[in-house]
Design a binder for this molecule. Structure first.
Ligand SMILES: [Zn+2]
Length: 406
């Protein structure tokens, strides 16, 4: 029976470490709720993990009361996040307590390709590590976000045409080979959903939708606290839901997709004759400066996106819709019409009315998600194996930095 007791202890320890990994930091009371373990068990495990230098405990204030916040110890290691956008590449290096140590943004050409972009990303990771006085072998894992549906295992884009220069490239493998570190890839909206559901606006919610409205529109679906990706990673790809049967042909080959109506090109075109050549950031800035034409465009986009999200909300019955991406930076100009369209097109019910809120992490949600993805895939606890003193005596907190942790 000693064996089964020690494996239970290991399992409980893993639950505590996983909860701290997911949420960045939790009080002991929150840990009890998140793990389902008793306060006494949580307290014992936290003490053991502190002794093993895997977690740190510091004083904090929660709901006006003093509490002890448990976070992963900084020295455990680093993670890197890489976010590939329509026009830019963002790379960040953070420690395991979710603190970003260095970050940089580089512009990308309009039709960027995997080989050159991943070269730049690899160089930038090394460069940022150098800046914070660290080495590659301190990096436990790298999370990478792409603006297309991807297969989580290979990191390959699963629908051709959406991100042309990346078709057929096993992205995780390529970057992992260049940096000799494990790399995990996901769709950008899924990463936003991951970050918002673990450390952002949907932290306390089981079922939520994350909508990313920017150069294109995508959604991440959180069910029972987990991001739902679907069999080929296309779950939540609302940018490719048809909204205009007579509309333009989309990058995916279909006609009249949401992206052809509210993607950046579609939003900028009607402003060309009145405002000249604007970027999406210009439109957001001008909207926030009360420019009537830009406000009109953004508000109409909110209505159309809300109509499509309503279909998803009717099917999945989430508690909360979190809105991120650059268009959410216009606040109620975008969110108001979106909320109204959702109100009109989902079943009105009295139990838990659907709420629509801006992303707590703002436009940083996807990058934070990339860091969280890397951390989630990292096994920080050595599994008990056949040490000289039996499985019960294996020290906790030995950091695994080897590859193949998936
Ligand atoms: Zn499409």
């Amino acid at each position: 029976m000693v064996g089964s007791q020690s494996s239970l202890r290991e399992a409980n320890r893993a639950r505590v470490v996983d909860a701290v990994k997911r949420h960045g930091g939790l009080t002991q009371v929150e840990l009890t709720g998140a793990t389902g373990l008793s306060p006494a068990t949580v307290s014992t495990i936290v003490k053991e993990l502190v002794a093993a230098e895997l977690v740190e405990v510091r004083n904090t204030i929660r709901s006006g009361r003093r509490a002890q916040l448990v976070t992963l110890a900084h020295r455990v290691g680093l993670v890197a996040g890489v976010l590939v956008g329509a026009r830019q590449l963002t790379v960040a290096v953070a420690d395991v307590s979710h603190e970003v140590l260095a970050e940089q943004v580089l512009p990308l050409p309009a039709e960027h390709r995997a080989d050159t972009s991943l070269d730049r990303a690899a160089l930038l990771v090394v460069d940022l590590l150098e800046r914070v006085g660290s080495e590659l072998d301190e990096v436990l894992g790298i999370g990478l976000g792409l603006p297309a549906p991807v297969d989580a295992a290979s990191g390959q884009v699963t629908v051709r045409g959406i991100l042309r220069g990346w078709d057929g490239v096993p992205v995780a493998q390529v970057l992992s080979k260049r940096l000799a570190r494990p790399v995990f890839v996901d769709n950008d909206a899924n990463l936003g959903a991951l970050a918002e559901s673990t450390v952002g606006a949907a932290r306390e919610v089981h079922d939520a939708l994350y909508v990313r409205a920017g150069h294109g529109v995508g959604a991440g679906i959180v069910l029972a606290g987990r991001v739902h990706r679907g069999v080929a990673g296309t779950a939540g790809e609302i940018g490719h839901v048809q909204v205009d049967p007579a509309g333009n042909i989309c990058s995916c080959g279909s006609r009249g997709c949401l992206d052809t109506v509210v993607g950046d090109r579609a939003l900028l075109e009607p402003l060309r004759s009145s405002h000249g050549n604007l970027t999406l950031s210009d439109v957001v800035r001008l909207t926030n400066e009360d420019d009537p034409g830009c406000r009109e465009i953004v508000a109409d986009a909110g209505t159309v996106v809300g109509g499509v999200v309503a279909g998803l909300a009717t099917s999945l019955n989430p508690e909360l819709v979190v809105v991120g991406g650059v268009l959410a930076a216009t606040g109620e100009v975008f969110l108001g019409p979106m909320r109204e369209a959702l109100r009109r097109r989902t079943l009105l019910q009295q139990v838990t009315p659907l709420e629509v809120v801006p992303a707590a992490l703002g436009t940083r949600a996807e990058l934070e998600g990339a860091l969280a993805l890397a951390l989630q895939h990292t096994d920080l606890l050595e599994q008990p194996d056949t040490g000289p003193n039996g499985p019960g005596d294996v020290a906790v907190g030995q950091v695994r930095t080897g590859k193949g942790n998936r």
